[in-house]
Design a protein. Structure first.
Length: 241
C-alpha cells in the first residue's frame, strides 16, 4: 500500500509541475517550430521551461533549480512563480536587469530557505526587429545559422560580479537556437570516463543537418552516452526561427 501511495504522490507532483511548464505551442508565437527534450533525473525534477508572449515581444526562460525529484520540483515551482509575477505586465528592457531583479527576489526568499536557488537562461525576442538578446546565470545557448554555430556561455559567478555580458543576435529564417541545462553537458560518455562539455556539444550540433530536429540530436546524444545513466536533470529547447 505504501508503494501505491508513493506512486500516486509522485504523479500528483508531476501533474502540478507540468501545470507550470509552458505548453510547447506558446513557444511557437515567435518561432515556426519548437521542441523540448525533458528528462528528469528523478521525476518530477528541478528543470523547468517557461515563456511569456507580449504584443510584439516574447520572453523564453529555461531554469535549472536546486535539487531533484519532488524537492527540485518544489524549488522550480517557486522560481517559476517569481517569473510569472515579474513578467506579468511589461517585457524587459534589459535581460541582465531582469535577472538582477529576479535574483533580488530570490535572495529575499533565501533568508528563510537558503536551499532555494536556480540557474537561469533568458531569451528576449523582439519579433518586429528579428532581434534577440540573451543572458543567464549558468544556462548556455547555441545559435546555429546555416553551417555556422556559436556558443553563448553564461556563468553565475560573472553575473554576481556584474561581468556577465548580454548577447545580441540578429535572426535569419531557418536559424535554430539550442538552450540547455548542464545536465546535458555533464553527461558521461559510454565508458563513463569523460563528461560531454559545452565544446563537444557544440561539435555534435555542428554535425546536425540544417533544419534539424531534436530526434536527430537525441540519436547522436544517445550514441555518445551509450548505456551510461544520466546523473542530473536534462533539458533542451530547440527553437527554429
Amino acid at each position: 500500500m505504501e508503494k501505491a501511495a508513493d506512486t500516486e504522490t509522485s504523479k500528483d507532483w508531476e501533474a502540478i509541475q507540468h501545470m507550470l511548464l509552458s505548453p510547447v505551442e506558446n513557444f511557437k508565437i515567435g518561432f515556426i517550430e519548437a521542441e523540448i527534450f525533458f528528462q528528469p533525473f528523478k521525476a518530477p525534477g528541478g528543470d523547468f521551461y517557461w515563456c511569456k508572449n507580449f504584443q510584439y515581444q516574447s520572453v523564453y526562460v529555461l531554469g535549472d533549480c536546486t535539487g531533484h525529484g519532488i524537492c527540485g520540483a518544489m524549488v522550480s515551482m517557486s522560481v517559476a512563480s517569481l517569473l510569472v509575477q515579474y513578467f506579468s505586465a511589461l517585457p524587459p528592457v534589459s535581460v541582465n536587469a531582469a535577472l538582477q531583479d529576479i535574483y533580488g527576489s530570490l535572495k529575499l526568499v533565501q533568508r528563510e530557505n537558503d536551499f532555494l536557488d536556480a540557474e537561469l537562461g533568458i531569451i528576449f525576442l523582439d519579433r518586429r526587429k528579428k532581434l534577440l538578446r540573451y543572458s543567464g546565470t549558468g544556462v548556455n545557448l547555441i545559435h546555429k545559422s546555416g553551417e555556422d554555430c556559436e556558443l553563448y556561455q553564461t556563468r553565475k559567478v560573472k553575473f554576481l560580479s556584474n561581468k556577465q555580458c548580454e548577447y545580441e543576435v540578429r535572426l535569419e529564417a531557418g536559424d535554430q537556437l539550442f538552450l540547455y541545462t548542464d545536465g546535458i553537458t555533464d553527461q558521461f560518455d559510454g565508458a563513463n570516463s569523460k563528461r560531454l562539455g559545452s565544446n563537444s556539444l557544440l561539435e555534435i550540433i555542428k554535425k546536425l543537418p540544417k533544419q534539424t530536429s531534436l530526434k536527430e540530436f537525441e540519436c547522436l546524444f544517445q550514441e555518445y552516452k551509450g548505456k551510461t545513466p544520466r546523473n542530473d536533470d536534462q533539458t533542451m529547447l530547440l527553437l527554429t526561427y
